[in-house]
Design a protein around this ligand. Sequence first.
Ligand code: F6R
Length: 244
Amino acid sequence: MPLIIQPDYAAISQTAANEIIQLIRQQPNAVICIASGDSPKLACQYFVQQALQEKLDLSQFFFVGLDEWVGLDGSTKGSCRYDFENRLFGPLQLPATQYHLFDGKADDLQEECIKMDAIIEEKGGIDLMIVGIGMNGHIGFNEPGVDASLLSHVIGLDETTRTVGKKYFDEPVALTQGITLGLGHLLQAKKVILMANGERKAPIVQQALEQPVSEGLPASILQQHPQGIWLIDELAAASLNHRG
Ligand code: F6R
């Protein structure tokens, strides 16, 4: 369970971007899943800059979105789709055939889950996931108490997720449910990098990394992943009792 502690947000973002670049160089048809939200934002920016600069062959890689707020699509600034269109697909001019995201506005959300699971399976599984950790220890929208064996599912959002989630939106939006890849996907992915930065993440990072694995703290499941990497900055590492 490697733990990488680097000085600051810029450093962990560069490390994560390098991981994406290296993977695509070695395996051009890699399947990559990245969270939206603040944690991987700069890593996406660095990845895009570097990929364009070195004219990396992006014609074969496939992108999978981690989650979406139920009821939202790309027309709402702050939705996960909005983030990816602006952070990745637009700047990289990635055709729609090279990515799949949940449609939070779909009439049949169960069908959305089935479709996502089928696409991931057909692509041969996820090679690299880059995720964040919520203030309640969630990953994606795998909220505290979630069944860790689940694949894609729809879930009622925890109070903390609803409250913290307001930060992404300019205007009030109803945040009640999420649609998300499951911890089953996380455990099956070949490699997972969890990014955390800033002092407000320090207590939850300490719990998820140093307390026993439990479904009450979904991110702790990453302790069980042989290629689960904790990539955190000094501020987020401040409460750890062991630094590797
Ligand atoms: C977003 C997502 C969430 C966030 C988490 C941390 O797609 O899946 O689990 O990764 O809530 O959010 P930030 O990075 O904004 O602190």
